[in-house]
Design a protein around this ligand. Structure first.
Ligand code: ADP
Ligand code: MG
Length: 366
C-alpha cells in the first residue's frame, strides 16, 4: 500500500505561557512512501517523528494537509478504520491476558462482515505468532516473557489483522543492545516476508540505516533529506544530515577556499573546482583520511585505537570543531606513535563543504 503524505502540517498550542507561538511539530511534509517498503523516520528527540506517525495512524488530526493510503483519502478516518498495525516502545500488552489472548484481541473486536469464527481467529493468531517466532509461548502471561519476547507479541498483535500499513515507534528502545540487533533483523525479515508498507521511527541513525529501504531525516518538524541510506550518507544535503549519520561521526573543521584550493588552517588540503573564495565548514568522514608521509593535512597525533579490522587514529587540529579527529585506516598501516604530527591525504568524495550561514552543501569538482 502506497502511503502519500501531502503537505502534512501539525501545530500544537505552545505549552509555554510566555511564548504564544504554536509548536510546529510537523511542517509541510510531503512524500509518497512506496508500496511494500520499509521507511526509517529518523531524527533527534522532539523533531516530530512520533507526531508524523500518529498523523498516519489517525491518533492525531493534521492542522492541514492530507493523507492517502493508495487511492483512499484517510485523513478523516479514525484509526480503527485505516487498516494499520501499531507498535510502541513500551509494548503496551494486557498484563492479565496470555500471549494468545493478547494477539487475539484485535480480532475479537471485529464487527459485522469482518467477524471471524473462533477457529479462524485462532489460526490467524497462530500464523502471526509463528511469523515472530513466539508460537511456543502462547499460554504465558507478558510478565513471564523477556523484553524482546514481549515486543514480538506486540508485533504479532499488530500483524494479526494483516494491516495495510505497519507503524513502529521506537520499537527497540527498551531492549538491550544484543536483543536490539536481533529484533531489528527480525523486523526486517518480517517486513520482507509480509511486504507490508512499514514506517519505522527511531532516533538511532545506525538502526535506521541498517534496516530501511529509505530514510527520512527530520529536524525541528522539517524533512531535511529523503533517500536510500547509503545515498544520504554519501551525499548529505546539509551540515545537520552529515553530522547526524555515521559512527564514528564526521569530523568538522573551519576551512577556507582561496583560488579554488581548500585550506584547513595553513594546509592546502584539496583542489576544489568551482567554489568561490569563502570561509566554510569542511566535513571529513572518518574513512576519508589516508595516512601519507607527505600528506597535506597535518594533525597533532594523540593516539591509536586498534579495533580488529581497522585502526582508528586519534589526532587534534586547531581548526577542528570538537575534541578530536577520528580517522579510520586499514590495519596494514603503521602509525609511529613517537611522532608528534600525523599527515593525511584526503579522499575527495569523503569531503563535504557547507556554507557557513545556511549550512547547506557547497558542491565542488575534483
Ligand atoms: P519525536 O517523536 O521526534 O521525539 P514528537 O513528534 O513527539 O517528537 O514531538 C515534536 C514536537 O511537538 C516537540 O517539540 C514536542 O514537544 C511537541 N509536541 C508533541 N506532542 C505535543 C502535544 N500533545 N502538545 C504540545 N506539543 C507537543
Ligand atoms: Mg517520539
Amino acid at each position: 500500500m502506497e502511503v502519500i503524505l501531502q503537505n502534512l502540517t501539525k501545530k500544537f498550542p505552545s505549552r509555554d505561557r510566555k511564548k504564544r507561538e504554536d509548536v510546529i511539530a510537523v511542517n509541510d511534509f510531503s512524500f509518497a512512501i512506496p508500496d511494500g517498503k520499509l521507511i526509517g523516520l529518523l531524527g533527534p528527540s522532539g523533531c516530530g517523528k512520533s507526531t508524523t506517525l500518529n498523523l498516519i495512524s489517525g491518533l492525531l488530526k493534521p492542522t492541514s494537509g492530507r493523507i492517502f493510503f493508495g487511492e483512499d483519502d484517510v485523513t478523516d478516518l479514525p484509526p480503527e478504520n485505516r487498516g494499520i498495525g501499531l507498535v510502541f516502545q513500551n509494548y503496551a500488552l494486557y498484563p492479565h491476558l496470555s500471549v494468545k489472548q493478547n494477539i487475539l484481541f484485535p480480532l475479537e473486536n471485529l464487527k459485522g462482515k469482518d467477524k471471524l469464527s473462533k477457529e479462524e481467529m485462532l489460526e490467524k493468531a497462530h500464523e502471526a505468532a509463528k511469523l515472530v517466532q513466539i508460537d511456543d509461548l502462547m499460554e504465558r502471561k507478558p510478565g513471564e516473557l523477556s523484553g524482546g519476547q514481549q515486543q514480538r507479541v506486540a508485533i504479532a498483535r499488530a500483524l494479526v489483522k494483516m494491516p495495510r500499513v505497519l507503524l513502529l515507534d521506537e520499537p527497540l528502545s527498551n531492549l538491550d543492545a544484543r536483543l536490539r540487533l536481533q529484533t531489528r533483523e527480525e523486523i526486517k525479515r518480517i517486513q520482507q516476508e509480509t511486504k507490508i508498507t512499514t514506517i519505522f521511527v527511531t532516533h538511532d541513525q545506525e538502526e535506521a540505516m541498517s534496516i530501511s529501504d529509505m530514510i527520512v531525516v527530520m529536524k525541528d518538524g522539517v524533512v531535511q533529506q529523503i533517500g536510500k541510506p547509503q545515498e544520504v550518507y554519501d551525499n548529505p544535503t546539509n551540515l545537520f544530515v552529515a553530522k547526524f549519520l555515521g559512527t564514528p561521526p564526521i569530523n568538522i573543521f573551519n576551512g577556507q577556499v582561496r583560488g579554488a584550493r581548500l585550506y584547513i588552517g595553513e594546509d592546502a588540503v584539496l583542489d576544489v573546482q568551482g567554489v568561490a573564495d569563502q570561509d566554510l565548514y569542511v566535513g571529513i568522514r572518518p574513512e576519508g583520511f589516508l595516512l601519507q608521509e607527505d600528506g597535506p593535512l597535518r594533525a597533532d597525533l594523540r593516539g591509536v585505537e586498534v579495533m580488529g579490522r581497522d585502526i582508528s587514529v586519534i589526532s587534534g587540529h586547531d581548526a577542528l570543531l570538537g575534541e578530536t579527529i577520528r580517522s579510520i585506516i586499514g590495519t596494514d598501516n603503521k602509525v609511529n606513535l613517537e611522532n608528534a604530527t600525523v599527515r593525511f591525504a584526503l579522499k575527495p568524495h569523503k569531503v563535504f563543504l557547507f556554507d557557513k550561514k545556511t549550512e547547506e552543501r557547497v558542491q565542488f569538482g575534483f
